[in-house]
Ligand binder design. Structure first.
Ligand code: AMP
Length: 192
C-alpha cells in the first residue's frame, strides 16, 4: 500500500520547483500549516494516481477539520472507507527533543531518518544507507518546532474527538521505542 506523507509530497514538490508546492514553502518554513485549499489540491492529485486505488496509508493528512471533512467526501466517492485513525500520543517535551535532534538524508529517494542522541548515523553527517549527507530540516529548528506544536494544538488536536466520535480512533502510546510502537500499531490494525 502506498504511504502518502503530505510533508514528503510538499518537500519533493519544492525540490522539483512545482509552483503549487513553492506556494507552501513559506508556511512550512515558519512552522504554520499550509492553507487547506492548497493541501486538498495537492492531496487529491496524488490520490487519483493508479497505485492508490487499492488503498493507502495517510501520514500527516488530515491536519484540520476541513481537511478531514473533505477526506470523508473523497473516500465516499472512491468507495474506500477509512479503516482507522492512529493517534500516537507523545508529551510535548519529548516531541521537542526528538524533532530538534532529527537528521534526514538529503536524498529524498532515500529518505532515511536519524536522531542525533538515540540513533545517529555510523559516520557523523553521512547516511548509512546511501552515503549522502544528512541534514536538519529547516523546520526542525527548536523555535520552529514550538510553532508547529502551537499549530497542532490549534488545528489538529480537535481531530482526536472527530475520529473518536466515528469510532475509528486508535490511541497508541508513542513515548516508547519504535519497535514497541510498531508492534502496537500492527496489533491494532483492523483485520480484513
Ligand atoms: P511533516 O513532514 O508532516 O512534519 O510536515 C511538514 C510541514 O508541511 C508542516 O509543518 C506543514 O507546514 C506542512 N504540512 C504537511 N502536511 C500538512 C497538512 N495536511 N496540512 C497543512 N500543512 C501540512
Amino acid at each position: 500500500m502506498p504511504h502518502l506523507s503530505t510533508g514528503d509530497l510538499l518537500r519533493q514538490g519544492i525540490e522539483e520547483k512545482r509552483p503549487i508546492c513553492l506556494q507552501a514553502k513559506e508556511y512550512m518554513d515558519s512552522g504554520s500549516l499550509v492553507p487547506d485549499g492548497l493541501m486538498i489540491e495537492i492531496f487529491q492529485e496524488r490520490l487519483s494516481m493508479p497505485d492508490c486505488q487499492i488503498g493507502f496509508i495517510l501520514d500527516g493528512f488530515p491536519r484540520t477539520l476541513q481537511q478531514a471533512e473533505n477526506l470523508d467526501r473523497l473516500l465516499e466517492k472512491l468507495m474506500l472507507p477509512l479503516d482507522c485513525a492512529f493517534y500516537l500520543a507523545v508529551p510535548d517535551n519529548v516531541i521537542i527533543e526528538r524533532l530538534s535532534g532529527r537528521l534526514s538524508c538529503s536524498d529524498p529517494k532515500c529518505g532515511a531518518i536519524y536522531q542525533s542522541q538515540t540513533t545517529p548515523p555510523k559516520v557523523s553527517g553521512i547516511c548509512d544507507i546511501c552515503g549522502s549527507p544528512v541534514q536538519q530540516r529547516p523546520d526542525d529548528k527548536v523555535e520552529v518546532v514550538a510553532e508547529r506544536l502551537k499549530a497542532y494544538k490549534r488545528s489538529t488536536e480537535p481531530l482526536i474527538e472527530f475520529y473518536k466520535t466515528r469510532g475509528t480512533l486508535r490511541e497508541i502510546n508513542g513515548n516508547r521505542n519504535p519497535n514497541e510502537i510498531y508492534a502496537d500499531i500492527v496489533k491494532n490494525l483492523p483485520v480484513k
